[in-house]
Design a binder for this molecule. Sequence first.
Ligand SMILES: Nc1nc2c(c(=O)[nH]1)N[C@H]1C(S)=C(S)[C@@H](COP(=O)(O)OP(=O)(O)OC[C@H]3O[C@@H](n4cnc5c(=O)[nH]c(N)nc54)[C@H](O)[C@@H]3O)O[C@H]1N2
Ligand SMILES: Nc1nc2c(c(=O)[nH]1)N[C@H]1C(S)=C(S)[C@@H](COP(=O)(O)OP(=O)(O)OC[C@H]3O[C@@H](n4cnc5c(=O)[nH]c(N)nc54)[C@H](O)[C@@H]3O)O[C@H]1N2
Ligand code: SF4
Ligand SMILES: [Mo]
Length: 721
Amino acid sequence: MSALPEVEDVVVETKKTYCRFCHNYCAMEVDIVDGKPIAVRGDVSDPVYGGYTCIKGRQLVDVYDHESRITTPMKKLPDGSWQEISMQQALDEIAPRVRRSIDEFGPRSIATYCGTYAFQESAALSVSRAFHVGIGSDSYYTSVTIDQPGKAISMARHGMWSGGGHSFVGADVAIIVGNNTLISQFAPYGGIPPFSPTKSMNEGIKSGLKMIVIDPRRTEVARKAHIHLQVRPAEDPTLLSGMIRVILEEELYDKDFVNQYVDGLDELKASVADYTPDYVANRAGVPADLMIEAARTFANGKRGVASGGTGPNMSPHGNLTEHLMHVLNALCARFNKEGDKVPNPGVLSPVGNRKAQVTAPWKSYGEGFPQSRINGLTQIFGEMPTAVLNDEILEPGEGQVKVLFNVGGNPMVAWPDQHKTKRSMEALDLLVCIDVKMSATAKLADYILPGKMCLERDDVPVLADTWYNVPYSHYAEAIVEPNGDLTEEWEFYWEIANRIGSPIKLTGGELPMDEKPSKFDVLELITAGTKIPLSEIREKDGGHIFDELEFVVEAGDSDAKLQLTPAGIAEEIVEIRSEDLTETGRPAKDGDYTHLLISRRLKHVYNSSGQQYDAIKKKGTTNPAYMNPEDLAELGINSGDLVHITGPGGSVVGVTQATDDIGRGVCSMTHAWGDLPSNDGNVREIGTSTNRLMTNHIDYDPISGMPRQSSIPVTIRAVVE
Ligand SMILES: Nc1nc2c(c(=O)[nH]1)N[C@H]1C(S)=C(S)[C@@H](COP(=O)(O)OP(=O)(O)OC[C@H]3O[C@@H](n4cnc5c(=O)[nH]c(N)nc54)[C@H](O)[C@@H]3O)O[C@H]1N2
Ligand SMILES: Nc1nc2c(c(=O)[nH]1)N[C@H]1C(S)=C(S)[C@@H](COP(=O)(O)OP(=O)(O)OC[C@H]3O[C@@H](n4cnc5c(=O)[nH]c(N)nc54)[C@H](O)[C@@H]3O)O[C@H]1N2
Ligand code: SF4
Ligand SMILES: [Mo]
């Protein structure tokens, strides 16, 4: 069992937990000696994960005590050097500065940005949000608004089927738009189950599932597809409009369902009328007959789902693309009907009925919501748009952000417009980073507070609760000793709230302020009213399926309808169709560029996390600029040579890597690598950030403010070395 030789007085304990390196939360067993982890492996007895782990998760021992780990709070001195201080001192110094900023500039001067690691600490989001409500600050930001905000925006505009949608498991057809679950382990809304993507895909295909993948890259998932539509980047709205037109023209949709539950059919028909197969083929770069076959295959299936990932959300018209996936699902009635079993009603979600009816659309942004001062934007689903947080920091006047808590995020490499991010981080009165290493952003901080890593804290998978296909949950207790003077993310907010006398109110009640609550107590307040009490989940040793949660869709009693063409949608579809195209079929408005740079994920790292570990370094120390071999030949360079990549916002140097899985004129590159722009010289050792390529003031989404984080028009030239 143990990685250590049998030595008499070494006591090895083995405990169950789950990995939180990424949001896939694989169940694990950890060998522990003297409160420290010495070995980790997948928990083969877990009913969902069955022992699966990836290279990232297998580094948790290194994560615990790697030399790069910050284990003591650090304070930046006026001369730019760092001083190690205690956590108590750091909190005692930060709190009065927060108080002063609120008093002098108003509560909105205090902002939080929750990055990816705030999502892994299961109390961080609820407590940080409640802290902001407590101090009366709307300046609450997360990475969701620079990720796939189109999902929530489009669902709110379209409405929702209360009985839930079909899932990938049991489907005979699936459309997957720009989502590469085999690498990202991510597909929360109807895509390939991220917990067992290979198994689910193979089992599905064996029983007749036809996958239709829409992606400019022949991805790991696309290689398994029945049809791969290798779309030109950013042309999903065109392609999906064309497919919808086929389904409507050939009357392949579910007429009974549409008559009873759906509004806007005629307007939709009119708006897609000009998306003829030839037009779509020319513009989206997809053979017309293959596009038609894909539309027919989807519509003729009995169970299925259309869903998407980050690629299309980060390309222009991302909200529309998400909407058109809803349209496909609505037209083909891809929903659980009355009497159908709901595979996972959610273990940690509040008890609620599932009915065969539409939940009417709701407002999630716009008039009546807190206004951003930038680009006419507003809060969306309770969050300010991260794409303009830099401007909220730089723009003087009432509401200017002066203090930023960066919780498990790395704005310097992850936010669009890297040059502006640098200016804004430097303009802040106070930047506090909760991180585990000296990230590009942490270098600019006033205080770095070391966070606990996953094995050092209690967590429960609140985030993934409804992503499972079965009612599964797992309470992980802290199983090793904290390796330093650390804080949990929620704890930081409690400490500050406590010092400035502000409340933190959670679903189940207010956090006590006289004495710090335990993590379990905090999680209980967050998950109050759930189907299975938290204590029951904690009692299980490891992950557990709560089979007793049987939910069946009940009869509906509402006459609400799903909206195919909510305000603005038909106009947007028509407007795209009216754009001038160049001879090669691409929109003329984008001007001259040589390539469209699309985003992607790499298996061995998680955004800007993981790059420092030895085993991961062996997989590569840069984020390659993947290009078609013919493009490299035209530039007169070989795979591995350097290129200048220049976009509307700036220029980076990338290391090329030849690949056949993208066509000519496309460059596929992952985003959050590299360091501050001043440390650019060694791209082969640290990579670079594609977020320097764009600015956030052109080509941005009118609702989320997101500029093109994928399908970025760039010009690529060889570097003469
Ligand atoms: N061009 C382009 N831009 C993108 C994207 C893209 O595809 N293309 N993707 C977008 C998406 S989807 C996202 S989610 C964002 C990501 O945006 P961010 O979340 O801001 O970026 P990350 O690189 O994930 O930052 C994670 C930080 O958490 C730190 N960390 C690691 N472990 C821990 C821990 O245990 N505790 C704490 N407190 N911190 C820890 C890491 O050192 C790192 O500094 O980027 C977005 N930006
Ligand atoms: N190993 C690993 N796992 C991760 C991450 C990581 O960095 N590493 N990051 C995590 C994060 S923060 C997130 S949000 C998820 C994201 O999970 P996914 O959405 O699955 O992310 P990607 O693997 O980048 O897949 C996006 C796909 O979109 C395609 N694409 C790009 N532009 C377009 C376009 O215009 N149209 C279409 N149709 N496709 C396009 C790309 O080729 C790519 O295959 O992954 C998470 N999981
Ligand atoms: S990093 Fe790997 S092992 Fe850890 S949760 Fe994600 S997929 Fe699982
Ligand atoms: Mo993300």
